[in-house]
Design a protein around this ligand. Structure first.
Ligand code: HPA
Length: 284
């Protein structure tokens, strides 16, 4: 199987983007469903719609704008990917992770990924923020892994180690900032699913049994690609709903509920990110 995009493609797309903004960030955030308003925290923003960028995949999901926004936060240049595409929209995992390869070609060294997730851990409540300590990439484990295909050793190793996927020092900094600001920060394992249907109660109990604390339809392949490319990775799940674990429940899960939780979660995540950027030297 040939790969669709090469190192040269990533360089060309990165050069196109660099020509549209004066900012030269080393840190990027990927914003999940309902987190879009976090861009308001950027000073001197320049926004580039995905549709203007060659080969960039376009999101069809409500709540995902589809822009790269560059700007300044706490005196540091930042790139925010506002919206993403998902496997369930029909994109190959290679195409869905193209933006991550392009961010690397742009000089990004640290990728901070966020998502909206269903809470599997019975102690979690909607509105909680969870620091991702580790992940189970169920989509990747059944063969939809972004690294499948011929490997370009100029980009990363054939068999990357993922035993330290989510960077320890960045996690420690996030926890310290949360503590300092009196923000409750949960910790746990994120399980990445294909979606788009929400899980059955039997599936929810299965995900809990295999060690999941939160689950969603994104993030895991982005994290794998970023780590492969040598980036440091950090992740946050906004718990938007409690996953329903019994067929006798009166509740239902809806996308509207997932988006609504963003209103509570954006201020918390913004505060933690700002606190981290202010103390960034400690994580370097
Ligand atoms: N399951 C899967 N993905 C999700 C959920 C969920 O309950 N909530 C938000 N994204």
């Amino acid at each position: 199987m040939k790969r669709q995009f090469s190192s040269q493609d990533f360089q060309n797309i990165a050069a196109f983007i660099a020509g549209k903004t004066p900012h030269r960030p080393k840190i990027a955030f990927v914003l999940g469903s309902g987190f879009g308003d976090l861009v308001d925290a950027l000073e001197s923003p320049t926004a580039i719609p995905f549709q203007d960028i060659p080969d960039f995949p376009q999101s069809s999901v409500v709540g995902h704008r589809g822009r790269l926004v560059f700007g300044i936060m706490q005196g540091r240049a930042i790139c925010i990917m506002q919206g993403r595409v998902h496997f369930y929209e029909g994109w190959s995992v290679e195409h869905a992770t193209l933006p991550i390869y392009v961010l690397r070609a742009l000089g990004i060294e640290t990728l901070i990924i966020s998502n909206a997730a269903g809470g599997l851990n019975p102690n979690f409540q909607p509105g909680d923020l969870m620091l991702i300590e580790d992940q189970i990439n169920l989509v990747g484990m059944i063969g939809h892994n972004p690294l499948v295909g011929p490997n370009d050793p100029g980009l990363g190793p054939r068999f990357p180690d993922l035993s330290k996927l989510y960077d320890r020092r960045l996690r420690e900094l996030a926890m310290s900032v949360a503590d300092e600001r009196d923000l409750a920060l949960r910790r746990g394992v994120y399980v990445g699913l294909a979606g788009p249907a929400f899980e059955t109660p039997a599936e929810v109990r299965f995900l809990r049994m295999i060690g999941g604390d939160a689950t969603g339809m994104s993030t895991t392949n982005e994290a794998v690609a970023a780590r492969y490319l040598g980036m440091r990775v950090l992740g946050f799940s906004g718990i938007s709903n409690s996953a329903i674990d019994t067929i006798d429940s009166e509740q239902e899960t809806t996308h509207e509920e997932v988006l609504a939780a963003g209103a509570t979660l954006v201020p918390k995540l913004t505060s933690i990110l700002q606190g981290m950027l202010a103390r960034w030297d400690e994580a370097e």
